[in-house]
Design a protein around this ligand. Structure first.
Ligand code: PXP
Length: 244
């Protein structure tokens, strides 16, 4: 029972594509790595295709969608191209991120007050595909009511600030996240989290963030796999997520 409530691990395989693209061939094979992540216990696979296809390509997204058995989560900025991809692929979950095309990685959540109308229309369109929708959000309780009004099912809390403050003081680092999560739970939103999560800061988040359902982790997990191997690394992340 307790195990059933542990947050799910969705492995972001973008970094695998970055390594593959460095040499132009198909090594490592993104699909094979994703299938192995599932085989080793990951409960989901995440990709973040960007318009320049510098890591995950649109063809990878199609390949993954027809072959993986766990939850497929596609993140990205809802450009017309992205929305058409979603309509073709019909993933289980779509996570909307407000990142402009050339940023290195996502660096902020949505301003759900300013962009409420845009998000509402976008989310209604995505929901016609049957996907669950999540929106990337800074841990600010003031954004929760307008997030709820967009029609999203979940929020993904942007954990960069948590991760960067964790070593100094975990309780202070998590406090705004707990406030945002409680506000989200009160209005019936589900809660995901992601960005800069690793084997040092993950267990504390899993134990202390109310209602956490899923984390998506890429960079640190792939770095850890260099030392521990992919199978051990996934086991270590699953162990960190176990709610006691
Ligand atoms: N969530 C979102 C919205 C992201 O953009 C990313 C990075 O692509 C992640 C989670 C995963 O972050 P990390 O690679 O630091 O684990």
């Amino acid at each position: 029972m307790a195990e059933m409530m542990s947050p799910k691990l969705s492995v972001n395989v973008n970094k695998i594509a970055t390594i593959r693209n460095a040499r132009g061939g198909n090594n490592p094979n993104v699909l094979q790595v994703a299938l192995d992540c599932e085989r080793f216990g990951a409960q989901g696979i995440t990709v973040h295709p960007r318009p320049d296809e510098r890591h995950i390509r649109f063809t990878d997204v199609h390949d993954l969608s027809t072959n993986i058995a766990t939850e497929f989560n596609i993140e990205g900025y809802p450009s017309e191209d992205f929305l058409q991809l979603i309509e073709k692929v019909k993933p289980h979950q779509v996570t909307l991120v407000p990142d402009p095309p050339h940023v290195l990685t996502s660096n902020a959540g949505w301003d759900t007050v300013t962009h409420q109308e845009f998000l509402t229309q976008t989310i209604a369109r995505i929901k016609q595909t049957g996907a669950r929708v999540s929106i990337f959000l800074d841990p600010n309780p003031a954004l929760i009511a307008s997030a709820k009004a967009t029609g999203t099912d979940r929020i993904e809390l942007y954990t960069e600030a948590y991760a960067s403050q964790f070593n100094k003081d975990p309780a202070t680092a998590i406090a705004p996240y707990v406030a945002a999560a409680n506000a989200a739970l009160e209005v019936g939103l589900g809660i995901n989290a992601g960005h800069d999560l690793d084997l040092h800061n993950l267990a504390y988040l899993a134990q202390n963030l109310p209602g956490l359902q899923e984390v998506s982790i890429g960079h640190a997990l792939v770095c850890d796999a260099l030392y521990h191997g992919l199978q051990n690394t996934i086991q270590l992340y699953l162990r960190a997520l176990k709610i006691h």
